[in-house]
Design a protein around this ligand. Structure first.
Ligand SMILES: Nc1ncnc2c1ncn2[C@@H]1O[C@H](COP(=O)(O)OP(=O)(O)OP(=O)(O)O)[C@@H](O)[C@H]1O
Ligand SMILES: [Mg+2]
Length: 174
């Protein structure tokens, strides 16, 4: 499994568009692709799900926010594999044996970033906690449920906060 993050500090330069289309085309060519939306704007998620659909089917149970919540101990931990969804219309158009799955984002992921940053900015524990949070996505991607994927494409927000840092640590390429 190969992990690639699409990152640029500047906003609106085509990160999400490239992530969605690269993922879809590689899936069309037969690869098993997992997209991860780490941007609270959730543009990648809304490339594949209508906002109403996201609210009804994904918001409470199936977004990456739940996973980062688990890191802070606010809610029971989940595995990344439990959060994967398969956008039906996109997959219906694939020609071969490829697959295009998604871990969706959540508008409140922005709060997670702030809370994680606050949590790690405290006294002696600073280094250890920051180290743990930065490495968390890398750890999470070792979930055996994700082994079938050939490629993980991560769409990052236009910032360099802790969530973005965790994507960089998890990636083979940026
Ligand atoms: N190759 C392209 N040619 C013309 N317009 C494009 C191209 N790629 C993206 N766009 C348009 O540019 C706008 C910004 O694209 P996109 O949302 O992918 O950028 P982004 O870098 O992900 O933004 P953000 O930093 O806010 O996440 C969108 O309206 C998109 O349709
Ligand atoms: Mg974007």
């Amino acid at each position: 499994m190969y992990v690639v993050s699409v990152i640029n500090y500047k906003g609106g330069v085509g990160k999400t568009t490239m992530t969605a289309n690269l993922g879809a085309e590689l899936a069309n060519r037969g690869m098993k692709v997992l997209l991860i939306d780490l941007d609270p704007q959730a543009s990648l998620t809304f490339s594949f799900y209508e906002p109403d659909d996201w609210r009804d089917r994904l918001r409470d149970e199936r977004t990456v926010k739940r996973w980062y919540d688990g890191l802070r101990g606010d809610t029971p931990a989940v595995t990344l594999g439990e959060l994967v969804v398969s956008p039906g219309p996109a997959n219906a158009q694939l020609k071969g044996a490829g697959r295009l799955d998604l871990i969706a984002s959540h508008l409140q992921l922005v709060d997670i970033d702030l809370a994680l940053a606050r949590g790690v900015a405290d006294g002696d524990e600073y280094d250890a906690e920051l180290f743990r949070v930065r490495g968390s996505l890398d750890q999470g991607l070792h979930d055996p449920a994700l082994d079938p994927y050939d490629l993980v494409l991560i769409d990052c927000p236009p910032n360099f906060n802790v969530v973005t840092q965790s994507a960089i640590i998890a990636s083979d390429h940026l």
